[in-house]
Design a protein around this ligand. Sequence first.
Ligand code: T6T
Length: 345
Amino acid sequence: MRRSTAVLALPLTALVVAACGGGAATSSSKPAAAKHYSVTLIVGTTSDAFYQTMNCGAEAEANMLGMSYTYAGPSTFTPSQQIPIVNSVTAKHPDAVLIAPTSTTALVAPMKSMQQAGIKIIEVDTTVTNGVKDGIALSSISSNNLLGGEDAAKELAALMGDKGTAIVINVDPGISTTDARAQGFDQEMKANYPGITVLPTQYDGDSASKAESILEDTYAAHPSLTGVFAANVLTAEGVSAGITHVGKPGVIKDISFDAEPPDKTALNNGTIQAVIAQEPALEGEWGVIEAYNALTGKHVTPTIRTGIVSITKANETADAKYFYSPNCVGISPIPVTSTPPTPSS
Ligand code: T6T
């Protein structure tokens, strides 16, 4: 099932800004060089295929727009590791920053300092609380994570025959995206599936090995467990390994968020029944476009919602293009004149 908001690339050729030259003539009759903007992407972690794919999209778009591009991020999805990187980037003062904050609260102060230093901020994937509303960020670009959680609940309930015991295994509380996924899942389960008992959410700190242990311990304590929602890339890796370890592929139904390349194998061997793919490359591309719009005095779209696609073994081939591409294969920039997918579209 595809919940897509197509990017309408207008027929105009993409606006390509010369890296140098062009622009109005100056008194010396030497044409002024077009301003050469710089943009940095700070991801939540450099260790997973989602952000690696986002980097591919952002870099491709920046190159097309003639912007200097740099990429940064912590090796683990933690504010304690990300905040020093944010402060270091602020000191380098790029013209714009795309950032996926690892906490809705802990990154507020460092991002406020960055904004007050005059750096244009675009939130990609995650947000801080009221980031755009409070003027810290100019735009927020992400999937509709609440909808993604609802979709996961519907698909898992169908696989479970609307009965049994399920659990959400998540990253940490206080992450805007994964919190929204769990909220959507819980709301949908409570509203429409009274025959399914949802155990309290457990958290793995974005560790696949911890997610595997949680799955195994939960199954040992609840042999009636027949459904799991794994809320992100590394959680999904661990849950899949745990289901294999307890010998219950296809018995414990597994819906996982994100679609990294190894998930193709997991779908085929039945340790995962469906993955909900986001469009990280597109998020990176739109982040650069909105940064460019802010730097060149054009309209900035405050909220952009890229699509989500549910992939099963049955449609895996048809939807192969939605698996993430951390090596950037198949990723190319979108025209800067494309129409952004907004929540109403
Ligand atoms: O699921 C993605 C991302 O959307 C989320 O904000 C954090 O986890 C991931 O990066 C996957 O690891």
